[in-house]
Design a protein around this ligand. Structure first.
Ligand SMILES: [Zn+2]
Length: 417
């Protein structure tokens, strides 16, 4: 069987045929070169207007990198024709395997992009003997194609979250679709200002924004402002994960302050290494940590009181009716205020300020599952790590869209990966 037979099976062109194929050596490595020529009587197509136009001349042969075969690089060699187009002037022809000035064929770009979703970008480059930059270009192309061709219809629920992409408060704003059955990244913007989120609504448009039923966010005020303004018909829900994160932060502060005080008073350092016992929920504790916790509970410590209050708050999420949840919330806040612990009082102030939004959790009737945004956010962090080598927000944006965007791809006659 000839290589030509395989190529015609996996990558057949109406107006071009494969000619001579040969293997050569370059720097001690084999490579396969495949000559491509136009079919007899095949007339060139202008890349400006996509219409058949009279030929003008031919350029020197160029090489286009194709999907490697048995780890041997494969190149198409083709001398591009130029057309004399009445509308576009003298223009290079359009060819089905590539576009513009890119030296990678379309098939190879989608091949690299496909692998870059499974492996890190660095690994992809290594495995297929190419450069990180080429992998980057392939992913960028796949994302651009996907963004142009994706549908934004039928979005009912969105979640907004921020992610730190670089030290020193460098954030990206991420908007996810969190409908049952469709969870994907819809938008990435720099910073976490109102402007960052406004950009998403500008893309979504007024009509689709008006159809949103639920929006979900943390307590970051700029997000809340924009969600209230732009998604007017939606129930705004505070993300359970982020609410509980406030408790953990408060618990941490109480514990740290108390540990310092105990040590200064000459008590044994009972709170050392107890951080995780206090932060973790009881059900998630290991045996050793459980012992530590029971040891801790013997003391009537502020940390323990704060811990128990946090644990008790978990009951809030289990209510069915907003009215009873509200009663619980107010009662809980009163008890927390009595502890006179300032980190807890801060939590209470936050809860009171956002009481309405907290109670929306029950108005959404379980439509928003607590882990959704958090789960997507963890995937986003993983995607950032796997594409490392980035110094720019732009690169990270492409990586995030590529792995979390559920972006469409063109239909192929043959899938290379
Ligand atoms: Zn033209």
């Amino acid at each position: 069987m000839h290589l030509k037979t395989i190529l015609n099976r996996v990558e057949h062109y109406k107006s071009f045929v494969y000619g001579e194929m040969r293997m050569s050596e370059e720097a001690g490595r084999p490579r396969i070169e495949v000559q491509v020529r136009p079919r007899a009587n095949g007339r060139p197509i202008c890349s400006g207007c996509h219409r058949v136009q009279p030929g003008y001349d031919r350029l020197a042969p160029r090489r286009f990198e194709f999907v490697p075969l048995w780890a041997i690089p494969v190149f198409f060699v083709y001398a591009m024709r130029r057309v004399d187009c009445p509308d576009c002037g003298v223009t290079v022809e359009e060819v089905p395997w590539g576009d513009g000035k890119c030296t990678l064929t379309k098939s190879y770009r989608w091949f690299l992009a496909g692998w870059a979703r499974r492996l890190s970008w660095k690994e992809t480059a290594e495995v297929f003997g190419t450069s990180w930059e080429k992998v980057f270009r392939a992913v960028k192309h796949a994302v651009m194609w996907g963004l142009v061709h994706r549908e934004l219809k039928g979005i009912k629920a969105i979640g907004v979250d921020e992610i730190q992409w670089r030290r020193g408060h460098q954030y990206l704003t991420l908007v996810y679709q969190i409908d049952q059955g469709v969870k994907r990244l819809l938008w990435v913007a720099r910073d976490r200002t109102e402007e960052s989120l406004q950009q998403f609504f500008a893309i979504l448009g007024n009509r689709k924004s008006a159809r949103l039923k639920f929006t979900c966010s943390d307590m970051w005020q700029p997000y809340l402002n924009v969600l209230r303004e732009q998604a007017r018909n939606a129930v705004l829900v505070l993300d359970r994960f982020h609410v509980m994160a406030k408790f953990n932060k408060a618990l941490d502060e109480v514990r740290a302050a108390e540990a310092r005080r105990l040590e200064a008073d000459g008590y044994e350092p009972v709170l050392k290494h107890s951080r995780w016992c206090l932060l973790k929920r009881r059900a998630n504790l290991t045996t050793k940590q459980t012992v530590k916790l029971s040891e801790l509970l013997k003391y009537n410590l502020q940390s323990v009181r704060a811990y128990l209050l946090r644990e008790d708050f978990q009951r809030f999420w289990e209510y069915q009716s907003p009215a009873w949840a509200k009663k619980f919330l107010r009662e809980w806040c009163r008890r927390a205020m009595r502890t006179k612990l300032s980190p807890l009082k801060k939590v209470v102030r936050t809860l009171r300020k956002h009481e309405d939004l907290l109670l929306n959790w029950f108005r959404a009737e379980g439509t928003i599952s607590s882990g959704t945004v958090e789960g997507l956010n963890n995937k986003a962090k993983l995607a950032m790590r796997r594409s490392y080598g980035f110094r720019t927000a732009e690169g990270i944006e492409f990586a995030l869209f590529h792995t979390l965007g559920e972006l469409p791809e063109p239909k192929f006659t043959h899938r290379f990966c």
